[in-house]
Design a protein around this ligand. Structure first.
Ligand code: ZN
Length: 205
């Protein structure tokens, strides 16, 4: 199983980090060991002073896909969830400035939060490009997005990624975050909601 994460897929978030719209999808990976156990708290690593939440729609791949055309990409999934792509922003900034890969800032243990369960897309209205989602931090909504605002659709992302990496059953795609990312602190509680349904609650330590 591999976890593919898309960067800068919402114009408002790309702008808040000072980036241009990408000309093609940008992706990186997290290892399986990054997945946070649903019963465990998220522990901020001691080597970062600025750990950010990024709430994202997550798509679960259900078949082998290699060079899949966008018009057939919908056959690769039927369930979705929500996740947090935790990011050590200070570390990412340093690595980027040095021209190095960002892996350390993105792939660490616990950095991939997932929904308690997958939800069939048809139970959410059936259109993957019209799903509302939000992240609450200590009872206040800090990120609120809709998949219709993606720069590249889920099907375009699958088509693009599958030109480089064969997608396999169980692979996950984190599809990018909308604006509103920010730091977490010990004692925070984060709750994710997809189409009004609670997906996860994470306690930060
Ligand atoms: Zn992200």
């Amino acid at each position: 199983m591999k976890i593919i994460c898309i960067g800068r897929n919402y114009a408002d978030h790309a702008a808040e980090l000072g980036h241009e719209r990408p000309a093609e999808p940008l992706f990186f990976m997290k290892p399986k060991s990054a997945v946070l156990h649903p019963d465990h708290p998220f522990v901020i690593p001691e080597w970062t002073d600025e750990c950010h939440y990024e709430v994202e729609l997550v798509v679960r791949i259900e078949r082998v896909a290699c060079w899949v055309a966008p018009e057939f990409a919908h056959r690769c999934y039927h369930e979705v969830g929500l996740g947090i792509d935790f990011t050590a922003r200070d570390v990412q900034r340093r690595l980027k400035a040095a021209g190095h890969p960002w892996e350390k800032a993105k792939s660490f243990d616990g950095s991939a939060v997932l929904s308690w369960a997958w939800t069939p897309l048809k139970d959410l209205g059936g259109n993957i490009q019209n799903l509302a989602f939000e992240l609450e931090r200590n009872g206040e909504v800090v990120q609120s997005g809709n998949t219709r605002d993606m720069l590249f659709t889920v099907d375009q992302l699958i088509a693009h990624v599958s030109q480089y990496c064969t997608l396999k059953t169980g692979d996950l795609i984190y599809t990018g975050t909308p604006a509103g990312v920010g730091p977490v602190a010990p004692g925070d509680q984060l709750t994710g909601r997809l189409c009004g349904r609670d997906q996860f609650t994470v306690n930060v330590m």
